[in-house]
Structures are given as C-alpha cells and as structure tokens.
Design a protein. Sequence first.
Length: 413
Amino acid sequence: MSGLRTVEEHLADVLAAVVPLGTERVALIDAHGRTLREPVRATVDIPVFDNSAMDGFAVRFADVRDAAADAPAVLRVVADLPAGTDADPALGAGEAARIMTGSPVPADADAIVPFEDTEGGLADSLGEVRVVRAPHGPGVHIRRAGEDARVGAEVLPAGVVLGPLQAAAAAAAGVAEVVVARHPRVAVVSTGSELVAPGEPLRRGQIPESNSVLLAGLAADAGAVVVRRDTVADEPALLDALLAEVTAPEGGAADVVVFSGGVSAGAYEVVKTTLARTMSFTKLAMQPGKPQGFGRLPSGVLLFGLPGNPVSAAVSFEVFVRPALLRLQGRTAPDRRVLSLPAAAGWRTPPGRRQYLPATIDRTDPRAWRVRPATSGGSHLAGGLGRAEAYAIVPAEVDAVGEGDLVDVMLIS
C-alpha cells in the first residue's frame, strides 16, 4: 500500500535505538529465566572422574574376554565400591570389585560387567563372581572423565536463556554464580477516558480495561520487571505527569514505557498529541497494528506507542516490543519458533498488508498439525485472543488463504 512502511523498516529503527542493559552476578539457583551475558565455563571436568555406568563389577578385560554361559570366568571380589567412595583398590589377575553406578572406576580396571551378565547377579555379588557374558571390549560401561567437557570449556554461550536444562548444565560444571543481564524495567500505560478497572460497574460508553494486564504479562514473559501498570484518561497533562513520574531517575526509572491507545488518527489521540516532539508516529503495512509510535528519551528510555485494540496491542508487542526487550538483555536469538502448517480452513487477508492472525493449532492428527483462526480477524476481539496459541503470518502479497495452503505460524505458547 502506498505510503505505508514495512514491518522490517520499523523494527530496524526500534532495534537501532536499543542499548543493552548492564549486568549483574547472581546465584545460579536464582537465575532462572535470566539471559547470560558471559559464557559459562566448566570449573570441573564433566564427568569429574572415570565412573561406572552400570551396577556390577569392575574388571580387567583380559580376565573376562572369553567368558560364556558354558565357560564362565570366575573372579574373586576384593572390594565393594558404593557411589561416593574415594577408594581405588588394586586389582590383580582374576580379581574384581563390586561397583555401583557413578562410583569411581579402579585404576586397574578397564571394563564393567553388569550384574545381568553374571551367574548370581546382585544376590551373589560378594566373595566370588561368575561372568557368563563377555564385555564387547575394553572401556565398556565406563564414563570417561571430561568426555562431556573439560575444565575451561564453554558449557553455555553468552546470550542464551537459563532454563532448567541450562542451569543443570552449569551446576554440573561446578558453577555456582553466573553473569546475567539486568531485568529491563517496564512501565505499562493504557490510555483512554472510556477505560474502567475490570469488575467495576460500567456506564454507557465505558469498557473494562484489559491492555495493561495483557502488556504487563507479555513484558514479564519477555524477562522484564513491570515497575508500573497504570491507566490514564485522554488528558495531555495527566499523561505528561505520569511519564515524568515513571522515568524519574530517583524512582528507579523505567527502561521502557509501553503506551496502548492514543496513536491513531482520531481527535483525542493523547499519546500522539502529547509526545509528538518525542516520538515518531507512522503507519505500517501490517494488520492489525497499522498505527505505531516509537521514540527514545535523552536518558535512553524507550517509548512505544501501540494501538488500543487488544489484538493490535498484542501483535504490536510481539513484533516490536518483545524483540527490543530481548535485545536489551543481550539475547542472541529470538525465542519464538515458526512452523509451516497447512490451513484447516480458509480466511480472508487484508490487501497489501502483512496479516498476523491469532490462531490455534489443530492437533487432531498428531502427525499432521493444521492451523485454524482463533478469531474472525477483528482487532477488537479480546475474548478470541484468549484462545490463541500462535499467530498465522500471511505475506502482504497473498490475497486469501485457502484450506490446505501452507502458512507460517509463530508459536506464542
């Protein structure tokens, strides 16, 4: 459409204004969901020492290489090695040590025989053992020290999020503290004289305010701390005062302020009117989310002006605000997965604009997922938004989606 900017152009402006936040060192146990800003390097080998992968016997392979059911190898058990022991018993010819999973392997042993490969198993495992199945070769069932990582090796790179698996890897590497990005501080401001707190009585012309709940939750999911969630009427003086308050340094200033509403072409667009000298307002070739505002205060605080309709606000946050929050934390890659799925039903698309349609995933056939619209496409349909688990993204040049057409689907839950 003539005169409309592309999504990529606006996003490039946003990301160019982002300066990553500072770092802090935190205990690993407290770092869930944080973004690493320095690599995690192993302080111990993983595994720390050669250890047994099975419950059984530590043996010398030469003593059991010919063991068979009709010709067992008979060994004398000279030691018992539970997990946690520091013993390293000597093993001579014809000798074995009973050993449990995770126990250090004796220096003289070069194979492990599981209980299952002996005549008596665990029930007859002290004194003498009769091996009825030979190991495949030396080193069988031994986990070698450092085979996963050596001291100093990079276990996790900077820029990744610490989830449970990543935290466990850091712990296994002997790391107790990590350097992470500071949480972005976000203020969320819904604008509109028609807005009333959920549950409050409504008079004609009023609606329950939901965007601040929506945007605060999305910000928290992106690793931010919401320092203020508020609603302001369409009065410039009130908006000015609130902005000054949430960006004041002495009050723990927000790094990002997200406004919803007041950015379109109406007569009472309070954000657009009040912040015209601070923010740029533009129209994008996307649906929903055509009107957008963005700016940066001299202090570095980022200002986002999102449309007021709930679906528009949600999509705009996903496309512009979330990437900025991730960039502030030094995230190296987006965390949304995009699949290509066939449409379960057809739908209309806006001419000349990229469509972001709230969608559900039809998993009726687990081997052939399909995407289905969660709403009829209206940007005001907040109830239908609650069913969405993805956005179907349709290019601007596509006139309509037909049943069975492949569609890019960005998962959001």
